[in-house]
Design a protein. Structure first.
Length: 245
């Protein structure tokens, strides 16, 4: 039977790239996000099913789960960063948004689909976190905290599911250039968003991360990739090599 893979946050960036790659790998892909217009275009392109979904809303998640007859793979990709304020100047609403999308969104989806993943006999939960989950930086406390929480959830889930036919993987990307991540973080300020990548030769692309995700998901059933950290060659830890003009 063809395996079904659910990808959240699939309307752009890493989520869309992952959906395309998994379709190429032979999965029946279900793409889910809030922006249905983008999802429909992607679904038409790759032969997937599109579903409007808000991972922060437990009722939305439950309704979505009820539409799935079965599920083999869950890619929790929905998330993101908002703002670069210091702790002293923190925007509490932005912190709440980051926690609800990155942590509670992952929790809602995993809790709702776990019975189907177990019933599949070969389930897989893959959570897309970030190197920000373990490397902290000035102005990043809200995102650091949210991604740390998501990473902790992932590790605990792996322990709790030991003995069940479900693998649990964390993919933690470093600097990835997508069309929206930094733009959202800087609240639409395109100039500030562009400076994140200024002088960095070949930051990771969404396709690079999707390649890692697909590799982890297509290992033999007895092989669990616990954590995969991926950075561009121009990055080491928090340090970036920037070419001077």
């Amino acid at each position: 039977m063809t395996k079904t893979a659910v990808v959240t946050g699939a309307s752009s960036g890493i989520g869309a790239a992952t959906a395309r790659r998994l379709a190429q790998e032979g999965f029946q892909v279900v793409v889910a996000a809030r922006r249905r217009d983008r999802l429909d275009a992607l679904a038409d392109e790759i032969g997937a099913r599109a579903a409007a979904l808000d991972v922060t809303d437990s009722a939305s998640v439950a309704a979505f789960a009820d539409t799935l007859p079965h599920c083999d793979v869950l890619v929790n990709n929905a998330g993101g960063a908002v703002g670069m304020e210091t702790v002293a100047e923190a925007d509490v609403d932005a912190w709440r948004t980051m926690y609800e999308t990155n942590v509670l969104g992952t929790l809602h989806m995993t809790k709702a689909l776990l019975p189907k993943l177990i019933a599949s006999g070969d389930g897989h939960v893959l959570n897309v976190t970030s190197t920000a989950a373990r490397l902290y930086y000035e102005g990043g406390a809200g995102y650091n905290a949210a991604k740390s929480g998501q990473a902790a959830l992932t590790e605990v889930l792996r322990v709790e599911l030991l003995g069940q036919p479900v693998r649990v993987t964390e993919v933690a990307p470093g600097l990835v250039r997508t069309e929206e991540f930094s733009l959202v973080r800087y609240r639409g300020d395109a100039e500030r968003a562009a400076k994140v990548y200024e002088g960095v030769v070949d930051p990771l692309s969404a396709d690079d991360v999707a390649d890692c995700i697909a590799w982890a998901l297509t290992r033999p059933a007895h092989v669990n990739i616990d954590q995969l950290v991926v950075r561009p060659r121009a990055q080491a830890g928090r340090k970036l090599h920037r070419e001077s003009r």
